[in-house]
Design a protein around this ligand. Structure first.
Ligand code: ZN
Length: 325
């Protein structure tokens, strides 16, 4: 049994390593075409690559479920060591032209080391990963280019951020339009219909019962459709918590000025009919009250489990300044 978590539901040709934020879980498929699904946060790229090489040798292909910073941060380093990068066609096209919106890096203030996509993927495409064939399932919603991977013989389903055991991916109604929540819900229905035996989410544990995880996720996704303001709040809380995690907290006095300068906060305020100042204050206050944010020695920290990254590792250019592909 080669998976780190010794999960007996996984075949021995799957190596699985759960990781806390700011990294996505690692799904490694050793074999003739060693492949890694998602590559973690930029600040942990060296550790991600070392782990992948130790368990699979050379990595031939990295497949990104989507382009958020906690999923693509190891791309640059693994590519420099010979891996190809595969991503959905919309993500690949935007990365190729260095679109300033790539990865939501600047919009979300989440740095990503510059990378290039070698293999654009489309819905229904069959990919050899390790020694098995996986099918690309287009699952837009959390991001427009989000994809999942389906292994029909073992009925394994890698779902990225579409859902987890306890959660459903947040949606960006400002950037992706008012239909983004309904798009995410439709993608979840499509995934649920596959009849997976084992769900591999990018965050949190492997759900004990895939059907129960889908039932919860579908309820949550339906709520995001029915309550757009709730969906905006949900996204804002997740984005701010992530910002606190990768910065090792923020001085309490700097939190609101930091938020006022963020495009995502300004967009969220507009959708909620508030000023950015009012939303920033309410966001900090409500997260302190819920316990999602804690105040310690004059600094605000995210309370969810996470691992530190160095400030140095955050100093990478935003996509508009990436060297051309
Ligand atoms: Zn994401």
């Amino acid at each position: 049994m080669s998976n780190d978590s010794s999960d007996e539901r996984l075949p021995d040709w799957v190596t699985w390593r759960p990781r806390p934020f700011p990294d996505a879980n690692l799904l490694l498929l050793p074999g003739r075409r060693p492949a890694l699904v998602d590559s973690g946060f930029t600040g942990h790229a060296a550790e991600t690559a070392a782990w992948a090489h130790a368990h699979a040798g050379r990595i031939a292909l990295v497949v990104n479920t989507h382009w958020h910073s906690d999923h693509v941060g190891g791309n640059a380093l693994l590519r420099a060591r010979g891996a190809g990068i595969a991503a959905s066609t919309p993500d690949a096209d935007a990365v190729a032209r260095r679109d300033p919106g790539c990865c939501g890096a600047e919009y979300l203030d989440q740095p990503v080391a510059p990378y290039t996509v070698d293999e654009p993927l489309h819905d229904g495409q069959v990919l050899r990963l390790g020694d098995a064939d996986w099918q690309v399932v287009s699952t837009p919603g959390h991001t427009p280019g989000h994809l999942s991977l389906w292994q029909p013989e073992e009925r394994l389903l890698a779902v990225g951020d579409a859902l987890s055991d306890y959660d459903v991916g947040w949606v960006n109604l400002a950037l992706d339009g008012p239909g983004a929540a309904a798009t995410a819900l439709a993608s979840l229905h499509r995934l649920a219909a596959l009849g997976s035996r084992v769900l591999l989410p990018a965050h949190g544990p492997v759900p004990a019962d895939p059907a129960a995880a889908f039932a919860t996720a579908l309820r949550r996704a339906r709520r995001l459709v029915d309550d757009p303001a709730g969906a905006v709040w949900y996204g804002a809380r997740r984005i701010f918590a992530f910002a606190l995690m990768i910065r090792g907290g923020v001085a309490a006095a700097e939190a609101e000025p930091y938020l006022h300068a963020r495009a995502w906060l300004t967009d969220s305020a507009r959708l909620l009919g508030r000023t950015p100042e009012a939303l920033a204050a309410e966001l900090v206050d409500s997260m302190l009250r819920s316990g999602a944010v804690v105040l310690r020695d004059g600094r605000l920290y995210a309370s969810a489990e996470h691992r530190p990254v160095t400030a140095e590792s955050l100093r990478v250019p935003f996509p508009r300044a990436w060297p051309s592909a």
